[in-house]
Design a protein around this ligand. Structure first.
Ligand code: DCP
Ligand code: MG
Length: 365
């Protein structure tokens, strides 16, 4: 008789779920007059003036995420651009997660519209991950009037690739016995983490598909890509041991800079602070879907290594969290505590995960 599989060898069942044209679909659900039209979310009024996403109708014209709104309008003059409503999308995301939790608690969100679910221990649907995915799609459609797509596979890498395969509103399963065939023709650019630069470096080695990558000796991969070479070699064969991790909760985000020469004048510190806050803003933008800032923090390390921090609760919502003027004001208030030349300045935000606000703004559908 065979032994029960060890934890390591146990076949996992992973779902990757990704909403279809997420922000745009939510807007079309809320505003029926937009349905069936080329629409985009983002744009004009947004201070960055870019498209966050577009409806599938708009995509036919080439309108894409991260494109300048002016270019999108040139491609599709009848395009309707609506302003994003993040609170609404957060509320919808929580509703997705409520459905997911009927299948597992092991959920790793990647963004508001995307998550990995480890359903290995779920007994619903006779334990069939594909049936669970189909049921989730049907529930999202019936209960939330939106569509999502799902990838089903024994690991995160394959599940994520697969969720794109039958998009929109589709499920694609990579069963263990199909892995070798599935990866063979897969372009390496589909590997999560292989950006334009890595793809180009791989191309120079003659590598376009995962089959090409499998043929490259490990020592060559290590030479060209360092430690990442090992991971590349594994994913090329469809291997990925990363567990699904319920999200790590951040308590704060900060940017610090140590200056080559101490800064003596407060006026120069204030100018330097603007640069630090710009970087903080850039980093916070990447996680803003998951956290609310609760406090601003300024840190000063003086020439003699003594240090001080000053923090301030952020008041009403809607204010600009990374407002440089607010950080300058805090710095000007904190510096006189030591009144010495400064070797390091820092700016940060204390954070609260958005899920803690659950229930406060539930959307009625
Ligand atoms: N988003 C953004 N800026 C980008 C990419 C995305 O603001 N450069 C936002 C808007 C999207 C949401 O994130 O609606 C989800 O991103 P996806 O990449 O999953 O794109 P969509 O869900 O819009 O479309 P798809 O159907 O291709 O998943
Ligand atoms: Mg999506």
């Amino acid at each position: 008789m065979s032994e029960p599989p060890s934890e390591e060898a146990k076949q996992r069942k992973i779902l990757h779920i990704d909403a279809d044209s997420f922000y745009a679909s939510v807007e079309m659900r809320e505003r029926p007059e937009l349905r069936g039209k080329p629409i985009a979310v983002g744009g004009q009024s947004d201070r960055r003036g870019v498209i966050a996403t577009s409806s599938y109708e708009a995509r036919k014209f080439g309108v894409r995420s991260a494109m300048a709104s002016s270019r999108a309008m040139a491609l599709c003059p009848q395009l309707i651009i609506v302003a994003p409503r993040m609170d609404l999308y957060r509320a919808v995301s929580r509703q997705f997660h409520q459905i997911f939790r009927d299948y597992t608690d092991l959920i790793e969100p990647l963004s508001l519209d995307e998550a990995f679910l480890d359903v290995s221990d779920c007994t619903r649907c006779s334990g069939s991950a594909t049936l669970m995915a189909q049921e989730i799609l049907a529930r999202v459609r019936d209960e939330l009037h939106l569509t999502v797509s799902a990838g089903v596979a024994p690991n995160k890498f394959l599940a994520k690739v697969a969720s794109d395969w039958n998009k929109p509103n589709g499920v694609f399963t990579v069963p263990p016995e199909d892995i070798a065939q599935f990866v063979r023709d897969l372009p390496v650019s589909k590997i999560n983490g292989v950006g334009r630069v890595t793809a180009e470096n791989l191309r120079k080695l003659g590598v376009i598909t995962c089959a090409d990558l499998q043929a490259v000796p490990m020592e060559k991969l290590l030479r060209h890509f360092g430690k990442y070479g090992k991971r590349l070699s594994e994913v090329a064969r469809g291997i990925d041991h990363r567990p699904v991790q319920s999200s790590r909760v951040r308590k704060s985000i900060s940017v610090e800079h140590t200056y080559a020469e101490d800064i003596v004048e407060l006026s120069a510190m204030l100018v330097a602070m603007d640069g630090i806050v710009a970087e903080l803003q850039r980093r916070f933008d990447k996680i803003e879907e998951k956290y609310f800032p609760t406090k601003r923090v300024v840190k000063i390390k003086y020439r003699d290594f003594s240090q001080t921090t000053l923090e301030e609760t952020i008041g009403s919502s809607g204010e600009d969290w990374c407002d440089p003027a607010q950080y300058r004001r805090l710095l000007a208030a904190a510096w006189p505590r030591g009144e010495k030349p400064v070797r390091l300045l820092g700016a940060g935000l204390r954070l609260q995960p958005i899920k803690h606000k659950e229930g406060q703004q539930m959307l009625l559908v």
